[in-house]
Design a protein around this ligand. Structure first.
Ligand code: PLP
Length: 443
């Protein structure tokens, strides 16, 4: 019996009672190696002393004070830490409690910016198919994940979607990456013209696509072209780095690798590393100044914005990443894990693609490697892999193939930045066992 409405109410889950570095321990003492950081959250593992101490110290001093009455030091310091490292003109921050809230905030900031600027007719967002931006109604409206949208479709905002940048499935072999990037930028340009450039607020995309596709990175030049298209029409570029940001790709902000900066950038999961629920929306000085110099206030707010204890935890997470040189470690361990995956699965008859950046890696499973034909979705191969992995003492983040065959089942790996070489081998061994076990089940 349980009083909780669980995510999977018909499934009985182990009870997590402890953490030890990259391991989660259940009430029977079984240890699970966290190869996905939950959902790309726990980048410092589950028992980082400095972060726990920083949170305790803040609780002793001041747990929370409403930001309608007071500023607080942890949020000021965390804000300074982030903007000092952020690309482009991202010079202000708004702290919230998670990813969906960060994207809702981004949408409303962008809308109010144009309202204050004297362009109130701007009302459309454009995002991409096969994307996920959160589960609140605004964020779900821009998201392009048919499964997550289906029940709520009649109550969502009107959506405008263009193609994702998904070279493995959508770039013909004969087309160069450069031509593919240009074609996608032209598609966005055409969509903006179709809606009427003067009515479009922003284009929203995940820098590296997380849960929906499994660590799909943009081809070189794609984001530069997209930036140009947005600038051409005065449309804001909003990058969702809720999963891919905060060091996961080996760069603090994933878009640094693409050499561009958005007007608004959202991040969450790795920001507080699971020690506190916290997300952030970074915005350009131009957006800030237009709103503050206009009506004077952002028409928005949640009870827990700029939460002192959440920000104190996140500040220590971010300082730890820098102090311990973890971005270098992400690149190093990421290369090692990637190499191990290539060795184990590179010639596997049912592995179609291994992809990603840093410690953000996807493995796509297919029925037929040559044709890229996905497995029949009714097998729910991804769910079988997850269950097998848990039996093998491994947490990974598999997701389903789409019914329309636009993607196969995939496994997302996003282990803590602190994993050692021994644990990289453990991930490979356990994952191999889980994948073989799941494939065996479906015959
Ligand atoms: N955006 C992306 C890219 C995500 O992966 C997620 C969560 O998985 C979200 C937004 C929503 O974040 P949250 O679940 O913290 O609301």
């Amino acid at each position: 019996m349980t009083a909780i409405l669980h995510r999977q109410p018909r499934q009985s889950l182990p009870v997590a009672v402890g953490g030890d570095g990259p391991y989660v321990i259940d009430s029977n003492g079984k240890r699970y190696l966290d190869a996905s950081g939950g959902a790309a959250v726990s980048c410092l593992g589950h028992s980082h002393k400095a972060v726990v101490e920083a949170i305790k110290a803040q609780l002793d001093q001041l747990p929370y004070a409403h930001t309608g009455f007071f500023a607080n030091r942890p949020s000021e310091e965390l804000g300074e830490h982030l903007v000092a490292r952020a690309p482009g003109d991202l010079s202000k921050v708004y702290f919230v409690s998670g990813g969906s809230e960060a994207n809702e905030t981004a949408m409303k900031l962008a809308r109010q910016y144009f309202y204050e600027k004297g362009e109130p007719q701007r009302r459309h967002f454009i995002a991409r198919r096969q994307s996920y931006h959160g589960n609140t109604l605004g964020a779900l409206s821009i998201g392009g994940n048919p499964g997550r949208r289906a029940v709520y479709e009649p109550i969502l905002l009107p959506a405008n979607h263009v193609s994702p940048c998904f070279a493995y499935r959508e770039k013909p072999a004969a087309e160069s990456e450069a031509a593919y990037a240009q074609r996608l930028a032209d598609e966005l340009d055409a969509k903006i013209r179709e809606l009427g450039p003067e009515t479009v607020i922003g284009f929203v995309a995940e820098t590296v696509v997380g849960a929906t596709l499994g660590a799909v990175e943009p081809v070189p030049g794609y984001l530069k072209h997209i930036r140009e298209v947005c600038d051409r029409h005065g449309v804001l570029l909003i990058l969702d780095e809720i999963m891919s940001g905060m060091g996961r790709t080996g760069h603090l902000f994933a878009c640094e690798e693409d050499g561009i900066a958005p007007d608004i950038l959202t991040c969450a999961k790795g920001l507080g590393a699971g020690y506190q629920p916290v997300g952030a929306c970074l915005l350009s000085g131009a957006i800030h100044d237009t709103i503050v110099g206009g009506s004077g206030a952002f028409q928005h707010g949640f009870t827990y914005i700029g939460h002192a204890t959440a920000c104190a935890g996140a500040l220590e997470v971010q300082r730890t990443i820098e102090r311990e040189g973890l971005l270098d470690r992400v690149r190093h361990q990421g290369a090692l894990l990637r190499q191990g995956l290539e060795e184990r699965f590179g010639n596997h008859p049912h592995v179609g693609d291994i992809r990603g950046r840093g410690l953000f890696i996807g493995v796509e499973l297919v029925e037929d490697r040559a044709t890229k034909q996905p497995f029949d979705p009714s097998h729910r191969l991804f769910a079988r892999i997850k269950a097998q992995a848990m039996d093998h003492g491994l947490m990974c983040y598999p997701n389903g193939g789409t019914v329309d065959g636009q993607a196969g089942d995939h496994v997302l790996l996003a282990p803590p930045f602190i994993i050692g070489e021994q644990q990289v081998q453990e991930i490979l061994d356990r994952l191999e066992g889980a994948v073989q076990g799941a494939l065996h089940e479906i015959g």
